[in-house]
Design a protein around this ligand. Structure first.
Ligand SMILES: [Zn+2]
Length: 382
């Protein structure tokens, strides 16, 4: 896992907030998913140690079928002993993430400076809606107080419902059963797999067992980001405001196509992405907030229309997203071909990217490969 890489055009506060949320994701991962991760790591370690001890080398085959059966029987017992308990502990982390998202949204709003006229009239000079009043008062006070804004916790507690968003609750209800199912499949495979080498053990048992860890980790990341964005969405709803989508620089083309988009009545339009139909929204449409898909770390911010400080952010984000496509930015394992097709489409249909970036992209499309296969930097070098 690495920290989100947001475009440099977004305010520093938003970049700090993404890092803060990522830290929460890491903490949630080590608290909720650590048990199954450590148990499966111990499984690998046991399997390797025993193979080497019994058969004199990891690259040596078993001498006979009986040795294989004995080894696999013990391995099966160990796989069946792995416990998964991720869903319940994640619930509290999801609540924390939602509060964090809501607080971040409000702080970013205050940092934007003066409110657009329309909202000033509606919130401050007009008849305030009693439900919104504590929130509006907080915003007005915070803007007056500048750097020493009051703590919004009390307001947030009033505004955020105790129940988690329905899709988060559903995913958390299902995660343990899904991960246990993967472990059961690995154990069943151990009970009847035939083979003679350690490669067979990895393919038949250890790799399938590892998928339980992937499920726990992916669910943790998705839950934290979904819950945080739900907090931002709740603030937008409370204020009658829309939100702006901010994609990571190395996000998938579907997410990059959304960067700079503004929601309409709380929903983001899932339009074709750089000339190709967008992939289905996970878990289900409509697209109300990120994550767009399980590994998406896009975020949103409140959008009340242009202020002096945020004036051309949507256009800057769109331009940066085009640049990402043309440079072939992506994460390890993501499709280069899809980005090459997207780059070709942008070159054909027009882009605001500088000529040097376009020329580089044209050469990449001709060669059907991006020059240096840019990789995202890891957190340690950040
Ligand atoms: Zn995304």
């Amino acid at each position: 896992m690495t920290a989100p890489q947001l475009p440099p055009q977004v305010p520093e506060l938003v970049i700090d907030h993404a890092a803060e949320l990522y830290a929460l994701e890491v903490a949630a991962g080590s608290a909720a998913a650590a048990g199954v991760t450590a148990a499966v790591a111990e499984l690998w370690s046991w399997a390797i140690r025993q193979w080497v001890g019994r058969f004199r080398g990891i690259d040596r085959p078993v001498p006979d079928e009986r040795s294989w059966d004995e080894y696999m029987t013990e391995l099966e017992t160990r796989v069946r002993a792995v416990r998964v308990d991720v869903g319940e502990p994640l619930r509290q982390w999801a609540r924390d993430a939602r509060i964090m998202g809501a607080r971040q949204a409000l702080t970013e709003l205050v940092a934007d400076g003066e409110l657009p006229q329309e909202y000033r009239e509606r919130w401050i000079d007009g008849e305030p809606d009693p439900d919104r009043q504590p929130l509006l008062r907080w915003i007005v006070d915070a803007q007056a107080a500048g750097a020493r804004s009051p703590d919004p916790s009390a307001v947030l507690e009033q505004l955020l419902p105790t129940a988690l968003p329905a899709d988060v609750a559903e995913v958390l209800d299902a995660v343990d059963a899904t991960a246990r199912g993967k472990l059961r499949a690995a154990a069943d495979a151990a009970s009847h797999a035939a083979g003679s080498t350690f490669t067979h053990v990895v393919r038949e048992v250890l790799a399938p067992a590892q998928q339980a860890v992937t499920t726990a980790e992916t669910t943790t990341a998705w839950t934290i980001h979904r819950a945080a964005n739900a907090g931002i969405e709740a603030m937008a709803r409370a204020l009658g405001a829309e939100r702006l989508w901010i994609a990571e620089r190395d996000a998938c083309p579907d997410c990059l196509a959304l960067s700079g988009a503004i929601s309409v009545d709380g929903v983001f339009d899932v339009a074709p992405a750089f000339g190709e139909p967008a992939t289905p929204v996970w878990p289900a449409p409509p697209l109300r907030c990120p994550p767009r898909h399980p590994r998406c770390r896009c975020r949103t911010r409140l959008w009340l229309g242009r202020t002096r400080r945020n004036s051309n952010l949507p256009e800057l984000l769109q331009a940066d997203a085009e640049r990402s496509i043309l440079l072939g930015l992506r994460r390890p394992g993501d499709s280069e071909r899809r980005r090459l097709r997207a780059a070709a489409w942008l070159l054909d249909n027009g882009t605001t990217a500088p000529k040097t970036v376009q020329d580089r992209a044209r050469r990449a499309v001709r060669a059907q490969a991006f020059p240096s296969a840019p990789r995202r930097r890891s957190t340690s070098t950040r």
